[in-house]
Design a protein around this ligand. Structure first.
Ligand SMILES: Nc1ncnc2c1ncn2[C@@H]1O[C@H](COP(=O)(O)OP(=O)(O)OP(=O)(O)O)[C@@H](O)[C@H]1O
Length: 335
């Protein structure tokens, strides 16, 4: 185990930068999620760390040793991709045992270790199955067990859960985090899914156009986006200019609101008019008009209010982020 340092890494393709001067550190036993939209350079950065892409500039250092020129198979890292890439002709146990066999460990040791790993990822008893007979989520878990079997110094995860449906993705994200913590594995995961990043990782780095725009402990990044684009990418639905901050308790700052930031409350301090409302399984979504602020989403646990009804609202402080006022105007937008 050791610390990963990515120092000033840049990669260009045909003259256009894909990764541009990236500096990041992942401490021993920690998981870093590199989060960003499609095309921002996430996979390229991961490929540089893996040794599959040579950087134009910069260094990859692990445990104090410069590995920039070291071939992939000598780095002691393991990779897990989106589609798992299991060996279809081998059963689950043989897939997981792959790295252990190559080390010529005694059969009994391999068998015990495979059973332990399958137990860890919640697949005990499926040793004899072929990958083709497993669900997508089970295949991902076999791929994870196989990656962990090599006891990698660093685990590299490229959108490991994105091929799965939402419910399974949420469940596996939590399981992935538990497995990484239990095994003390240092890991770097790239994803475009902010929920996945926060469910799995300790630290989050936001990548935009090949550059890191924000990096820190996951909760800190989530609570204090650096700008309006970062806020939207982190799941905030609405960004309001500084003038609006005053009426919502944050004078002088632009603010970002999550979908549930405004809640109907008959004793709340803000007056609004209901424009529309629709029930969904998590409650009732309401669109309201607030004098001087515009049309904004709100939520209620109560019955759906009538169109045109006068209501009062309360702000949920944990669903509002204050943005730095960089002196340029932020346009109000609601999705
Ligand atoms: N081998 C390559 N040759 C030329 N351009 C490339 C190559 N690999 C990536 N790029 C370009 O570099 C940029 C970053 O790509 P990259 O795959 O790293 O982004 P990403 O954030 O991982 O995107 P996605 O989430 O869609 O996989 C893109 O503009 C892409 O078109």
């Amino acid at each position: 185990m050791g610390e990963l340092q990515i120092q000033d890494v840049s990669v260009s393709f045909d003259g256009s930068p894909a990764v541009d001067g990236v500096d990041l550190t992942v401490s021993t036993g920690y998981t870093l999620a590199v989060l960003g939209p499609s095309g921002c350079g996430k996979s390229t950065l991961l490929r540089v760390v893996a040794g599959l892409q040579r950087p134009d500039r910069g260094r990859v250092i692990f445990d104090g040793v410069d590995l920039t020129q070291t071939p992939t198979h000598r780095r002691g890292f393991a990779l897990m991709f989106q589609d798992g890439q299991l060996f279809a002709h081998l059963d689950v146990a043989q897939n997981v045992a792959y790295a252990l066999r190559r080390r010529r460990l005694p059969r009994a040791v391999v068998r015990a270790r495979v059973a332990e790993l399958l137990d860890l990822v919640g697949l005990a008893g499926l040793q004899d199955r072929r990958p083709g007979s497993l669900s997508g989520g089970q295949q991902q878990r076999v791929a994870l067990a196989r990656a962990l079997a090599a006891e990698p110094r660093l685990l590299l995860l490229d959108e490991p859960l994105s091929a799965l449906d939402t419910a399974l993705r949420e469940q596996l994200a939590i399981q992935l985090r538990d497995v990484l913590r239990t095994t003390g594995t240092t890991a770097i995961m790239v994803t475009h899914d902010q929920e996945e990043a926060f469910a799995v990782a300790d630290d989050v780095a936001l990548l935009r156009d090949g550059r890191v725009v924000q990096h820190g402990p996951a909760l800190e990044v989530w609570r204090a986006p650096v700008d309006a684009d970062a806020a939207r990418f982190l799941g905030y639905r609405t960004v309001l200019p500084a003038e609006a901050g005053l009426s919502l308790g944050h004078p002088g700052s632009p603010i970002a609101l999550r979908r549930n930031a405004l809640r109907l409350d008959r004793d709340g301090p803000i007056e609004a008019t209901v424009l529309s409302s629709a029930a969904d399984p998590d409650g009732v979504r309401v669109m309201v008009r607030i004098e001087g602020l515009g049309d904004l989403p709100a939520v209620t646990d109560g019955p759906a209010p009538e169109r045109g009804a006068q209501v009062r609202l309360r702000v949920q402080p944990s669903s509002v982020a204050k943005l730095p006022d960089v002196g340029r105007s932020v346009t109000s937008r609601t999705d």
